[in-house]
Design a protein around this ligand. Sequence first.
Ligand code: ATP
Ligand code: MG
Length: 419
Amino acid sequence: MQTLQAVRGMNDVLPDEAELWLDFEATVQDWLARYGYRNLRTPLVEHTALFRRAIGEATDIVEKEMYSWRDELNDEDLTLRPEGTASCVRAAIEHSLVYDGPKRVWYAGPMYRHERPQKGRYRQFHQYGVEALGYPGPDVDAEHIVMCAALWRELGLANLRLELNSIGSPEERARYRAELVKHLEKHHDRLDADAKRRLQTNPLRTLDSKNPMVQEVVASAPSLLLYLGEASLAHFDALKRLLAAAGIEYRINPKLVRGLDYYNLTVFEWISPDLGAQGTVCGGGRYDGLFAQLGGKPTPATGFAMGNERLIALLRDSGRKPSSRPPHGYVIHQGEGTLEFALKLAEELRAQNLRIVLHAGGGGMKSQMKKADGSGALYALIVGEDELKAGEVSVKPLRSGGPQLRLAHDAVANALKGS
Ligand code: ATP
Ligand code: MG
């Protein structure tokens, strides 16, 4: 029979690799708690209308990347979430989360986008996302950037660059958009099909086109920053001052607009030069209009999301080894009644916080000893018929040359802990 394989662009993470994931997740969750963020969990599936309204019709995600289907049983249009912010805001509105004041939350988990799979770009990928709901900034904008820098330090990633921009208010962007379209139309013959199509729908996206010919046209376009009004500039200046005070280096990139429609004012990306074309490991910005756009009370908010696969690739390439947690003991048993004794022993030791693997699957002493060795355990804990009769265990060190000991079963935990 033909064997089945995983869906293209959706990856298995095998146990060796998963160790690195677990370390990464532990570090991130610890870091989130230190900044006072609390976990918000939302479903992987939402009504399609949520993403269309939040992310915007004329975006890559909504135009071509969503896994959407019609649930005939319930007559609903559903979508696997392509990102986390829309769901967070939907949930915050639905449960009046910011009713009694602003909230700091984080989410994590898989996201789904129907992209062309390649290094650093998958159809199921994972994010940690951080949202500050109900804060007008720029203090929390700065907090987010400062906390990212702290996480990169903690992960030992020294090579990430920060790009920063302000895309102003919707009105300021609308005025800029008209000027940008004029400029792009002057160079119509040098635009590619995407840029031409976006002239009508989303011309700002052309600013971060990857096509060199289009980039040349864009290079001579007027700068969005020149269209910002007083309030937007004041917000941006205050953020820049806070970053300078915190010793954060950044580059202003007036072409940085990000792929989703809901942003305003602050936008930023952290980029690694070591990942090739898929170098952005984290991106975010302010989305003051999104609550109202989804039918909620107007609420300022800002957030960012990081791509776990890209960050873990950097950790792996930096030679980072996952923390090693070998079993303390591997319990070997042979003879009538020894399995029952071994089962009890293993449970006693685990109750003492020790990592214990109990041999399963039968086999003689010699083959069990081989398994104990292969497990990486520090000790083989041997229960034969002699030991059973005496209520004792033979404790054999596997990683150091010490002597084999024979101990009462309730003395084993202390012996293993002392090692
Ligand atoms: P890109 O420009 O690389 O397509 P994006 O702007 O679409 O990124 P966001 O929606 O801002 O990405 O998501 C935040 C982060 O999630 C990205 O910076 C990236 O690290 C990660 N990410 C996004 N799409 C993918 C994907 N298809 N596979 C793996 N990681 C991804
Ligand atoms: Mg994308």
